[in-house]
Structures are given as C-alpha cells and as structure tokens.
Design a protein around this ligand. Structure first.
Ligand code: ATP
Ligand code: MG
Length: 432
C-alpha cells in the first residue's frame, strides 16, 4: 500500500494494542499525584508566544530553536513546549493564588518541540507534571522529589538515579556569571554562534549547549555550587537532610543546570541508562522568580515534568508490568433471526450490568464467529439457535478451559452469568 500522507516526523500513533500502557501511566500518575494532595489542571495547547519568551527564556534552545509558532491575525501563538508556563499563567488568571497555599497542581498533556527526532526524543511528546505553588521551604522540594520517586517505584522502574544540584538565586548568580564570562572569554573564538550571543546575555546557557565543541569547552567551567549565597547553600543542605530522612538516594551533580531559564535553587533529574542517550525521564526544580516575572506577586514555587514516552520505553526495556487490557466477557453467536432477537436483549442487559458483550454484526458462519471470539480473547461464548430458544436453555463455554455450563435463558441468566464469570476470574487468578 502506498500511503498518500504519512504522520509528521517525530510524532507517534498509539494503536489500541498499546493503549493499555498509556492507561497504566495515566492511572498510576493520577493516583500518586492525588495521594500527595495534587489536583488536576487543564490548560490550552497553545499560548501567546510571549508567555514562553518571558518564562522559558529567550536564550534557551527551546525558544531559539524548538518552538512551533504561528502568526494568526497579527498575534503570535506557540504550541506549548512545556507545561509550567501555561500552568502558572492559568494560576494567575484564575485567581488560584487566593486559594489555600500551597497550591498543588498536576497535569498530563502533549508538548511540542522542533527537535531532531530519535528514540526518546519526539516533536510531539507527553508530560506528566506537577507544580507546587506558594512555599519556599526546602521540605517542599523534598516532598515534590518524593512524589516523583513514589511514582517511579509504583511503576516498578529500576536503575533510575536521582541527581540534584542547586543553581542559586539571582544574588549568587551575579558573581557566578562574572566567573563564567571570564572563563568562556578565553575560548570565545571557538564557541558556536548561539553561545557567542549567550556569552553577553546569559552565560549559564552555554553549559547546556549540545554542540560537542561548546560542551568540551564547558567541561572545566566554574561550578555554580561553589558560588551559592548563604541562604541558597542552607536551603540545599536542608533538602539533602530531608531526602536522607526519607531514605531517598541521590547524587549531587554540580553540572546540572537544566534547559529552561526560570529555575532557581534546587534542580533535579531522574536518569536511567537503560534507554540510550535520552535517559532523563524526569526533570524539575524550583522557580521562585517565575510568577513575578509573569506579572504576579512574588511567590516561590517548584515542580517537575516526566516524559511519558520515555517512561514507557523504560518500562518496556525493563519488562515492567502494565495493567492488563480488559477482555470480552461474553461473545454470543446467534443462528437465525429468533436467536438474534434474544441476543439483542441479552447483550443490552449484560452491558447494563457492566459486561463487555459482543455478537455477530457481520453475518459470519458459526465457525468464523468462533474464530473471531477466540481472536478477541473472549472469556465465554454462547451459541444460540432455534433449539436453545425453544428450550430456554443454552451452554456457556469457558474459552480457556473448554468447560461448558448449562444456563437458563430467563431473568436468572444475568445473575448466573455474573457468578460464573466472577468464579472463573477468581479461579484463574488463584492458578497464577
Ligand atoms: P532533554 O535533556 O532530554 O532534552 P529537557 O531538559 O529538554 O530534556 P524538560 O524540558 O525538563 O526536558 O522536560 C521534562 C521531561 O520531558 C524530560 O525529562 C523528558 O523526559 C521529557 N522530554 C523533553 N523533551 C522531550 C522530547 N523531545 N521527546 C520526548 N520527551 C521529552
Ligand atoms: Mg531538551
């Protein structure tokens, strides 16, 4: 088949055979987030471009190279590259800062970045993210990190290391920027063009450059952690002691700076080596200046985002269990018009009771119907012909054991079927 139009590069279809993996992540993330008191927020897929310029930052890769922007009737809009900026915009616009603090929000949403597609790096990808707004205490940092850890544990992921760092506040960064500038000044002629312009505006961004030459130069750059002010340093020490108390293992990695400008103080990443080069499954940190930057009152906040595709890749690689997809409870094969009428009544009533019930809607032979029932993994089948209708009795066939049980086709049928289906399910789970 020559397909006329293919899906865009760097996007994915999730077909029904794989949807249970997404349902697993969505179910478990919701449960964990809600256990920590977080409530879901939903925001638009696109925002005014200025929102991202002001928050993510004009010198970041995301803004300089990766945004999908359209000009619509003289206003520039951008498909969101991340969820924090829109969530904070929505928090301010809906007066959520007047609600009890801290606000605990979570979201599951698609993000868009024009990157080079590869395993674990897409142009449309999905994030599960949380934001905690209105607390500057380092215990909130520990709380948010422990939420991420709890989720990874619930999904039974292994080999995921937690790296933490502090990138300080504007006060400590002034000194640090001077030191960085002096350091990169020496290699000015070798920096890429983007980094050359970053040297004046935001030298820390050079540490995040993906070009091999720039990252080679950056390898020996001064570390922000050596320039922290007393407050930032105390904050970091406290966070470490809280993580210790929670028994959460971590490694301080002074090279983590994160790719978005809004971060202050704590930054962290959960990284696995099991899925190749794109192993960061979760990234986050504090952004104490962002709300003010977007026109709100000075309000400290923090959060993280996890890449759902990367979580699924890791779970597949590690053979983690997904929630089993549901199976058809009963497939009815009607032979003839009378049987079909009875089938329609039974199907309707069983569905009302919550059972997945199917019957032939194609006009197949009995043999072909049974083949279909087997293919969809039906737990029970029942053939209805004139004899069954006349006797008001039929046989329920357990497709995994081959066992047949006679049932009456009166109003007791539904109660009996429930009992038989539940008993079979119970037996199967005992056998495992
Ligand atoms: P990376 O270092 O991999 O480029 P990032 O620092 O750009 O990640 P964030 O902006 O912090 O990522 O986004 C949070 C999470 O979203 C990442 O840790 C990752 O799991 C996921 N993510 C980011 N970009 C992509 C992408 N293009 N495709 C798939 N997942 C992504
Ligand atoms: Mg990136």
């Amino acid at each position: 088949m020559a397909l006329l139009i293919q899906r865009p590069n760097g996007t994915e279809d999730v077909i029904p055979q794989n949807i249970h993996k997404w349902h697993t992540i969505e179910k478990v993330t919701r449960e964990v987030a809600e256990k920590f008191g977080f409530k879901e927020i939903r925001i638009p897929t696109f925002e005014n471009t200025n929102l991202f310029l002001r928050s993510v930052g004009e010198t970041t890769d995301v803004v300089q190279k990766e945004m999908y922007t359209v000009m619509a009737k003289e206003t520039k809009f951008t498909l969101r590259p991340e969820g924090t900026a829109g969530t904070i915009r929505a928090t301010l616009q809906n007066g959520l800062l007047n609600e009890p603090m801290p606000q605990r929000l979570y979201y599951i949403l698609p993000c868009f970045r024009h990157e080079r597609p590869q395993a674990g790096r897409l142009r449309e990808f999905h994030q599960f993210g949380v934001e905690m707004i209105g607390t500057q205490s380092p215990v909130a940092d520990a709380e948010v990190i422990s939420l991420a850890k709890n989720l990874l544990d619930r999904l039974e992921l292994r080999n995921i290391a937690l790296y933490i760092n502090s990138i300080g506040c504007p006060a400590c960064r002034a000194e640090y920027h001077k030191a960085l500038k002096a350091f990169f000044e020496k290699d000015k002629d070798n920096l890429c063009d983007t980094c050359l312009s970053r040297l004046e505006k935001n030298p820390m961004r050079i540490l995040d450059c993906k070009s091999p030459v720039c990252s080679d130069i950056a390898a020996n750059a001064p570390l922000i952690i050596d320039y922290l002010c007393q407050e930032c340093s105390d904050h970091f020490e406290k966070l470490k002691s809280y993580l210790d108390a929670m028994n959460i293992e971590y490694t301080v990695n002074p090279k983590i700076v994160r790719g978005l400008d809004y971060y202050t103080k704590t930054v962290f990443e959960f990284v696995t080596t099991d899925i190749g080069a794109q192993g960061t499954v979760c990234g986050g940190g504090r952004y104490d200046g962002l709300i003010e930057q977007l026109g709100g009152p000075k309000t400290p906040a923090l959060g993280f985002a996890m890449g759902i595709e990367r979580l699924i890749l890791t779970m597949e690689k590690q053979g983690c269990a997904f929630i089993e997809p549901k199976k058809c409870d009963l497939y009815i094969a009607p032979m003839g018009e009378n049987a079909l009428l009875k089938t329609l009544t039974i199907t309707h009533n069983l569905r009302e009771e919550g059972f997945w019930t199917e019957y032939d809607v194609v006009g197949r032979s009995l043999k072909a119907q049974m083949k279909y029932a087997d293919k969809i993994g039906a737990l029970f089948t029942m053939v209805l012909g004139d004899n069954e209708i006349n006797d008001n009795k039929a046989k329920l066939r357990n497709m995994s054991t081959g066992e047949e049980i006679e049932v009456t086709l009166d109003e007791n049928f539904y109660f009996n079927f429930s009992n038989i289906a539940i008993a079979a399910m119970f037996k199967e789970s005992l056998e495992f």
